[in-house]
Design a protein around this ligand. Structure first.
Ligand code: WTA
Length: 573
């Protein structure tokens, strides 16, 4: 990486004027004063995000612009308040109470957001799932969380193995069903209409659970990362200083709420700051996205490297067809942002793309490039005020600049996860060095305190900004009748960051053909999720394994990249 390249200040009117000064003097306690617990000792994040504005001068301000191929709608803060209140009442009528898990499995739509907020208002713990998930993925998550209610669509219901989920009592369907499905099935629209727009909010403690996001680890089943209401402090303040949200902004975060970016920054940060939020349904296409920016006059745009690379791939001419002049601030998260993309953005959009770093587990942005700061393309930026980040060796010693090690954060911070659902051992692993959260990323810091990402220390694959645990894919692969064993790695890819590559040994009697590769790909796509399916498959007679029988992904990766395989002492012959 080139450490000398710098891109200077391009934006004016920032909320954060002087990073150094803020870093020296910042105190989270000051931020708390914005919210109701400062006076009442109780709080509810959905109230703070919506009702607080609905009860102020912002009541008729547009909170949500929603559109997709078939719908175009807008809702004021007051309307959002009433819709989410109604949904809260729908849940209450079903007997759902504080602490119960309510999952949402549906494409982006206004109903998704009403449900999300309404569930939080009654103190339930929400779990949003990607619509792309197939049956096995849905089952794992609903089973582990013991969700009692699910909001979904009649189409997606096919992928919910209801009979295998004893805890799941209520299914709320958004959309028409042909037949009456019987007990336990509820019509969203009918119930919403019947429900009152007034709701007794469940006032909770800051440390009460609010949200579960499942994310991938390198081994075993997905982990349910639990966040609490207190996270709002961080969402609010990073919204101010990293997203640079201001009263008249039109903000668009392209992420789906199935991903933490789509909740922390697709729901909380903009609405806690009382800002107009754009949600665009449907799939990515360069024309569609530029059209969305133009149509709503988006001023702040938060997306991901894979999308920026695809936009870059589509070429400058496509961008030039649209009026993007209202865009004043662009941000990126999810994987390393290539310096080339930053330079391209500067040329084509006339704006810097501001990289920032965080994780599902951290709940909010921890390291960022700020509008008031010089950008060093390729760097994730500097720690948010109130956050101490460091590079540690494996014994917990802080390393000097330019030495690579574990990217770690001093505990705690407001939006830090509070548990891995029903898995204390996993949770404790992150905090194995006292006083620190160990991210699992490797990085180094330069002499100006900028952090530079190097890679994952585990085997987690980051494809198009989504984390995939190799084990989950391998487990699915070996369910295919032809597959004896499978080892899965991330293979570097210019657009997707990484793609999933599977090394497979076949059961006797199966021929390694191209058709079989296709069949296996489809098998994972249908059984797990499209983004988890191996785009590349290589058949091997035998896979490298440790003596204890673990597949050595490290060796597969070295083969793939033509690198030395390192220490093979634990490998079986
Ligand atoms: C990676 C995303 C490089 C990293 C909000 C991290 C990044 C994982 C960056 C978390 C970045 C995220 N540069 N890598 N700016 N941001 N990552 O939980 O490996 O989906 O640990 O949360 O993505 O992914 P997650």
């Amino acid at each position: 990486m080139d450490h000398s390249e710098r891109i200077k200040v391009m934006t004016t009117g920032n909320n954060l004027k002087d990073y150094e000064e803020a870093y020296r003097n910042f105190d989270w306690k000051e931020v708390e004063k914005v919210f109701s617990w400062y006076e009442t000792g109780k709080v509810n994040a959905a109230y703070e995000a919506i009702d607080r504005h609905a009860e102020s001068d912002r009541r008729d301000k547009i909170a949500l612009y929603y559109s997709d191929a078939n719908r175009e709608e807008q809702y004021t803060f007051l309307e959002m308040k009433e819709k989410s209140n109604r949904f809260g009442n729908v849940l209450r009528k079903l007997g759902i109470k504080k602490g119960d898990r309510v999952f949402i499995f549906m494409p982006r739509s206004p109903e998704l957001y009403f449900s999300f907020l309404g569930a939080i208002k009654i103190g339930a713990v929400v779990g949003p799932l990607f619509e792309a998930f197939m049956e096995a993925a849905v089952r794992d998550r609903l089973e582990n969380s013991e969700a009692v209610a699910l909001v979904t669509t009649p189409q997606l219901l096919e992928r919910v193995p209801v009979k295998e989920l004893p805890a799941l009592k209520h299914i709320i369907l958004v959309g028409e069903t042909k037949e009456d499905l019987g007990e336990g099935y509820i019509d969203f629209h009918k119930e919403m209409e019947a429900a009152s727009p007034e709701l007794d909010i469940e006032w909770v403690d800051r440390e009460d659970p609010m949200l579960i996001h499942y994310t991938s680890g390198s081994t075993g089943k997905p982990k349910g990362v639990l966040h609490v209401h207190n996270a709002m402090i961080q969402h609010y303040q990073t919204g101010k200083w990293v997203l640079d949200l201001q009263e008249d902004d039109i903000y668009w975060c392209t992420a789906d709420p199935g991903w933490v970016t789509g909740t922390s920054y697709g729901i909380f940060a903009p609405w806690l700051n009382g800002v107009t939020n754009v949600i665009r349904g449907g799939r990515f296409s360069p024309d569609d996205w530029y059209h969305t920016l133009e149509k709503y006059g988006v001023t702040v745009w938060y997306s991901a490297p894979t999308a920026f690379r695809m936009l870059m791939g589509a070429g400058e001419e496509v961008a030039k067809k649209y009026d993007l002049s209202r865009v004043r601030h662009i941000l990126s998260v999810g994987e390393p942002l290539n310096p080339e993309v930053v330079r391209w953005g500067l040329k084509v959009y006339g704006r810097r793309i501001h990289d920032n770093w965080w994780m599902t587990e951290t709940g909010g942005i921890l390291i960022a490039n700020y509008p008031c700061m010089e950008i060093k393309p390729g760097s994730m930026g500097r720690p948010f005020p109130g956050i101490k980040a460091a590079i540690l060796d494996d014994n917990g010693n802080e390393l000097p600049p330019y030495q690579m090690g574990n990217l770690a954060i001093r505990t705690p911070w407001p939006s830090m996860m509070r548990a891995i659902w029903k898995n204390k051992a996993k949770y404790d692993e992150y905090f194995r060095i006292p006083g620190w959260y160990i991210s699992g990323d490797s990085a180094y810091m330069d002499e100006d305190g900028y952090f530079w990402f190097q890679g994952r220390l585990d085997d987690v694959i980051n494809t198009s900004g989504e984390r995939i645990g190799p084990f989950e894919v391998e487990s699915k692969l070996v369910e295919h009748p032809a597959v004896a064993e499978a080892g899965v790695i991330g293979k570097p890819d210019p657009v997707r960051g990484e793609i999933i590559k599977a090394f497979i040994s076949l059961r006797a009697g199966y021929e390694p053909t191209e058709e079989l590769k296709k069949e296996i790909y489809e098998f994972v796509k249908k059984g797990l999720a499209a983004h988890a399916a191996p785009r590349e498959i290589e058949f091997k007679d035998k896979l490298p394994k440790t003596r204890s029988g673990k597949i050595m992904r490290r060796v597969l990766k070295a083969w793939e990249l033509g690198l030395p395989t390192g220490d093979l002492s634990t490998m079986e012959d």
